[in-house]
Design a protein. Structure first.
Length: 576
């Protein structure tokens, strides 16, 4: 079911071909919503220079052959050459009616579904997730949900840190603690404490330090006893990750874990291949790739170090392995990396090296979905008073606790109040993050994000539950509401027209990889519904057919809000 913008674009494009010949038939008609009419075409302004004609003359030529009588009630030329297009009320109502009876709410499925690996979250084993992991986890999950809804084959890749020299220390401490011990359980409940205890022993006990250092080559060499210990540590870490993901309602599972360890056997061959192809050279004892165009101070080339002078491998080697694996084994058409913005230069060099090596064809798109910082109300990166990163679990638990305090006077039973508090608290945190552009910074402010007014998760949740209350009061099942939808009042028209834009909003997430576009749409939809609710009586409508139409608009709005928020990973409680 095409949205109005698509319908009008196709009609204007056809008119361009008729008016000016086949060479202009594929010109972009540039259809946008207008404050003067429902939509506006600026094709005349774009074409005027090429045609060497006045923009208004171009607009007049287009409107003479523009076939939109079945869609538009008025077509007018305004300003320097804009074409204003006003949609017919009955056309809007008919489209909304079709959307009401469509399980997908008018959202088209991808004609050519893609394989899309998405790298997101990426915590470290035996370490607490902190607030810095919040955005990569929440944004990545919203993208995964949205692209999956559009029909793409999304392959979640949780690139956890589960390998490296620090694991010698962690494994020895786990061995000393014993399986099932209270200390070992800290990996699941308080991983930072476990890590710090291991670190103290490493720094102060020479015998432990020596054992820890010997454990590293044993792990890298595949020693069975060491690997068994490592698997035990990873199982405990998975318990911690899943606790966080469950609270946040994140769709990552154990099957999506794709940590550094899985690429261990690829690292040596990758270095050998790059060296044999003449792409990597030894420089000061380290094997490096010098990517053309990447220079540092005084114009000196910046090396991408793929094997250190001591023979060890770093992030660059592992990241080369990830893109090689995702293209060759996962058959990626589009690979997304939801990772902090400061990694931009590193990824550019890695991906350019992979393309030069022939591992990534030109038709495979690789995108760094850059993630900005989370700030405190002081405008600085959010940290504890001691300067440490804030633990993510503590932040989430506080959000639920604050939401619960807001609901204390609600009159709900304790169990129901707890469930609502969790949905509202998590919805507030996630929506506050998603509603701003992912590559910008934002201020983490509980008071603002938990507010029931403004562009917040709780406001959208409340708007949805308010619609549900209408159907409860009428003792009606919203899934049985059939309309037909009529559009007569201005508020009805504005709401129905906004509903028709849902598909375009979801597809913007696909095209731009920006979940905040969907957030903005849902906020505008909720605002349009509030205006409708205040101006158009539903259950007390004067005529039965008007009541049925408005109930249908309510049902369609509720379903659209629920579906849209679900794509963002925000749950809507039954009541608030």
């Amino acid at each position: 079911m095409p949205d109005p913008q698509q319908v009008l674009a196709q009609r204007v494009q056809a008119a361009l071909g008729t008016a000016f010949g086949v060479e202009y038939a594929d010109a972009d008609p540039v259809i946008r919503p207008s404050q003067f009419a429902d939509y506006q075409a600026n094709a005349p302004l774009a074409l005027a220079k090429r045609l060497r004609r006045a923009p208004r003359d171009v607009a007049a030529a287009i409107t003479e052959v523009l076939d939109v009588a079945d869609v538009c009630s008025a077509v007018e030329i305004s300003g320097p050459g804009f074409i204003n297009l006003t949609l017919r009320d009955d056309w809007i109502a008919g489209q909304a009616q079709g959307q009401l009876h469509d399980a997908r709410l008018g959202v088209a499925v991808a004609e050519k579904p893609q394989n899309v690996p998405i790298d997101y979250s990426a915590p470290n084993a035996a370490k607490e997730m902190h607030v810095g992991h919040l955005r990569t986890t929440v944004v990545g999950d919203a993208l995964a949900r949205s692209l999956e809804f559009l029909g793409h084959n999304v392959i979640r890749q949780n690139h956890i840190g589960d390998w490296g020299t620090s694991f010698g220390m962690l494994l020895e401490h786990l061995l000393d603690s014993g399986a099932g011990s209270q200390e070992a359980e800290l990996v699941r409940t308080d991983p930072n404490a476990f890590y710090q205890h291991a670190r103290v022993k490493f720094d102060n006990d020479p015998e432990f330090t020596e054992r820890a250092r010997r454990r590293v080559p044993a792990l890298q060499g595949g020693d069975p006893a060491t690997l068994a210990l490592w698997h035990e540590l990873m199982e405990l870490s998975r318990g911690y990750f899943n606790k966080v993901y469950s609270l946040l309602d994140i769709t990552l599972t154990d099957a999506d874990l794709a940590g550094e360890s899985m690429y261990n056997d690829m690292l040596g061959p990758i270095c050998d291949e790059l060296e044999s192809k003449g792409l990597a050279v030894v420089d000061d004892g380290a094997l490096c790739v010098f990517v053309e165009g990447y220079t540092g101070r005084e114009g000196k080339p910046v090396p991408l170090i793929i094997r250190k002078s001591d023979g060890g491998y770093g992030y660059a080697t592992t990241d080369l392995a990830t893109i090689k694996h995702r293209v060759e084994n996962l058959h990626a058409d589009r690979a997304l990396y939801v990772v902090g913005a400061p990694q931009a230069l590193h990824f550019q060099m890695v991906w350019e090296t992979a393309r030069r090596a022939g591992w990534v064809p030109d038709d495979v798109e690789i995108v760094h979905v850059q993630i900005g910082n989370v700030l405190g109300t002081d405008g600085k990166i959010l940290r504890t008073r001691s300067g440490e990163p804030i633990k993510l679990m503590a932040l989430l638990e506080e959000a639920v606790d604050r939401a619960g305090r807001v609901l204390e006077e609600s009159g709900y039973a304790e169990a129901e109040r707890a469930a609502i508090a969790q949905a509202v608290g998590m919805g507030a945190v996630k929506y506050a993050d998603l509603s701003v552009s992912h590559d910008t910074e934002y201020v983490f402010d509980f008071d603002r994000m938990l507010a029931l007014t403004g562009n917040t998760g709780p406001y959208l949740q409340y708007a949805t539950t308010r619609i549900r209350s209408i159907f409860r009061k009428a003792e009606l099942d919203p899934d049985t509401i059939a309309g037909p939808i009529q559009v007569t009042e201005a508020a009805e028209r504005a709401l129905a027209l906004k509903l028709l834009g849902f598909g375009a909003a979801v597809w913007q997430v696909n095209d731009l990889l920006e979940p905040h576009r969907l957030c903005a749409y849902l906020f505008d939809l909720a605002t349009a519904y509030t205006t409708f609710y205040e101006n158009c009586p539903v259950l007390k409508a004067a005529e039965p057919e008007v009541r049925e139409s408005r109930l249908a608009l309510c049902a369609l709005t509720m379903r659209t809000l629920v579906q849209g928020l679900h794509l963002l990973g925000v749950t809507v409680p039954e009541r608030m």
